[in-house]
Design a protein around this ligand. Structure first.
Ligand SMILES: Cc1ncc(COP(=O)(O)O)c(C=O)c1O
Length: 397
């Protein structure tokens, strides 16, 4: 992934700033830290990048999902509409919140469809958790309209699409609160880390307090702070913030490169009338971290996948083997938790063994995805393009 491809002196310098002060904690110790505030600086620069009023750096993307739900007041018995195609972290966060994940259908954007959301609404629905999956976005205008019509909170997990935008507005700036991950496999990384973004002052206030055991962060004596609410620990460290700060400054370059590289590979796909690209509601806003495309039927998709593998091209056929689609979530279906999740005790708990999303299954069976790298040279890119062309030709002959 982009971030790990570009580690360099910039990350080292930011980390060394922190190590030289010895203040690894993001709050307090003002006199010791020589003006070094990496989490705060990251939050300021990340807010500017997103065009959001506030961001809060935290421990992980999963923490950011939990924090978003908590700050939006989602808890026991609330239904949250979620997609069946995502890394499972946001679903886990809903379960841990004591809420109920309700699965809805995707469309060819690969994100929740507005129609699917509308069908999944019940009197207990409180929120929609959209995941801007693998680089791009859902049909945001229509999704926002459905949420408004039914008075639902939109939470956005933009972890897989950081750097993307929709009609000029950055992804991660559509939800009442939005979540990001900076784990090792994200476009920018801190090794471990995450953030939430919001334009709502009250939600931001809840976010920094809830992430730190309810501390109000007023004044500079931690022991003297008030704790107006119960909280938890979702804090990120200064070291993680230092790394992701350096990475954030590289993000515009990363996006530009990815878009250029994706464009070359898209042109190869466009040579094949049987192939259709993923529906990207605002093509100019694709973060271009991946390239997703459809074959006319599952058999052809599997053949293309097999040929890509033979050519050692990056290839994901999510319907069958990988962990990002509901069919692989046996632990969820059988509710294999190590403790009693609230949902397991609810009379109206869904039986996920019966989870059926036929429209999503149909779409996912035709889907192939390949990853875009930032550091490809022109020569490497041309070699990849011709390998891709010949793999597809073989598969579709
Ligand atoms: C959509 C989404 N949300 C949340 C997460 C969790 O992030 P983390 O690994 O930082 O907890 C991931 C991780 O892959 C993700 O893809």
């Amino acid at each position: 992934m982009a971030g790990t491809e570009l580690f360099g002196n910039e990350e080292r310098k930011e980390v060394m700033d922190v190590l030289e002060t010895g203040v690894l904690f993001r709050y307090g110790h003002d006199s010791q830290r020589n003006g070094v505030w990496k989490a705060k600086t990251f939050e300021q620069e990340f807010s500017t990048y997103l065009g959001a009023k506030h961001t809060h750096f935290c421990a992980s993307g999963t923490a950011a999902d939990s924090l978003s739900l908590a700050c939006c007041g989602i808890g026991y018995g609330d239904e949250v509409i979620v997609p069946p195609y995502t890394f499972i972290a946001p679903i886990e966060a809903v379960l841990v919140a004591g809420a109920i994940p309700v699965f809805a259908e995707l469309d060819e954007t690969l994100c929740l469809s507005p129609e699917g959301i509308e069908k999944a609404i019940t009197p207990r629905t409180k929120a929609v958790l959209i995941i801007q999956v693998f680089g791009s976005m859902g049909r945001m205008d229509e999704i926002l309209a459905v949420c408004e019509k039914h008075n639902l909170i939109l939470i956005e997990d933009a972890a897989p699409a950081l750097g993307g935008s929709y009609k000029g507005k950055m992804l991660g700036n559509f939800g009442k609160m939005s979540a990001f991950s900076f784990d090792y496999y994200k476009i920018i990384t801190a090794g471990e880390g995450g953030a939430v973004a919001t334009n709502d002052d009250e939600l931001y206030d809840r976010a920094h307090k809830y992430s730190d055991h309810g501390h109000d962060h007023i004044g500079n004596a931690r022991g003297a702070e008030q704790h107006p609410i119960l909280g938890y620990n979702f804090r990120g460290s200064e070291l993680g913030a230092a790394v992701v700060l350096a990475q954030l400054r590289k993000l515009p370059y990363i996006i530009e490169k990815q878009r250029a590289h994706q464009n070359v590979l898209k042109q190869v796909l466009n040579e094949f009338p049987e192939i259709r690209l993923r529906n990207v509601p605002d093509e100019a806003g694709d973060s271009a971290t991946f390239l997703s495309f459809f074959l006319p039927n599952p058999e052809k998709a599997i053949k293309v996948f097999d040929e890509f593998q033979k050519e050692e091209l990056s290839a994901s056929y999510w319907y069958r083997n990988n962990f990002h689609y509901h069919r692989q979530w046996g632990h969820l279906k059988e509710m294999k938790s190590i403790f009693n999740l609230p949902v397991m005790k609810m009379a109206n708990a869904p039986d996920y063994r019966n989870l059926e999303v036929p429209q999503s299954d149909e779409i996912m069976q035709r889907l192939m995805m390949t990853q875009i790298m930032v550091t490809w040279s022109e020569e490497e890119l041309n070699t990849l393009a011709s390998k891709m062309r010949s793999a597809i030709k073989k598969a579709l002959k």
